[in-house]
Design a protein around this ligand. Sequence first.
Ligand SMILES: C[S@@+](CC[C@H](N)C(=O)[O-])C[C@H]1O[C@@H](n2cnc3c(N)ncnc32)[C@H](O)[C@@H]1O
Length: 216
Amino acid sequence: MNDFEINPSGTNEKDDLDVVTLENDPEFTFEQYVQRLELSQDDLKKKILDVGSAESYFAKYLNENNISKDVFGVDLWNRFIYKKMSVQGRGEDLPFKKESFELVIALCSVPLMYWWKNKNADNVDMKKKIKNNLSEMIRVTKAGGEIKFGPIPLEGRTDKVQYFSDVFREILNEVKEENLNLEVNFFGEEEEKDNPYYKITTMISIKKPQHQPHLG
Ligand SMILES: C[S@@+](CC[C@H](N)C(=O)[O-])C[C@H]1O[C@@H](n2cnc3c(N)ncnc32)[C@H](O)[C@@H]1O
């Protein structure tokens, strides 16, 4: 855990609790992560950061089943039952040194959570947080590493969700222009038949290039 630079002034933002439904089952959570983020056996051996980890069931399952001891969680919600492997922090200001992880993942959390938090509020704040979150996930990923997250709505059932979707894609393009050679892929596209907010969602993979060789 010596890559951590813990910000002691973390918050306990209770207003997030109303949007969170959590499974009380580490094995089920682990299976969801593997399936939805399409994690391979090799991925599970990497040094992983789980952003928006809630109770860190993913890290807990891997740790307790001796699959990996190198998985950490970060969540702004100060209610971890697995403090050994997680810290409090924000997806838009990650409390880790640059290039600390080979794989950074976020399932059903940021950046979509910024929409949940801002859907009735100021959208400038949402844009800034999405941008900071993507930049932060890229910063803490090692060269040659990968970031996988989602779901992200591609098509919404309401104007506000569609707005999030459009803003997200605009920011992703900005991030691609600012970080040349990122490889961005959409995967796991799903039609969300019974979801009142999203019509079609996708998962996203961003691969960070290896360091460029020194020229001249
Ligand atoms: C729906 S839960 C998903 C938890 C877990 N990833 C899972 O799939 O079981 C969303 C989590 O994101 C966290 N979260 C929301 N906004 C966040 C932020 N800005 N930074 C870090 N975590 C955040 C919430 O506290 C919550 O624990």
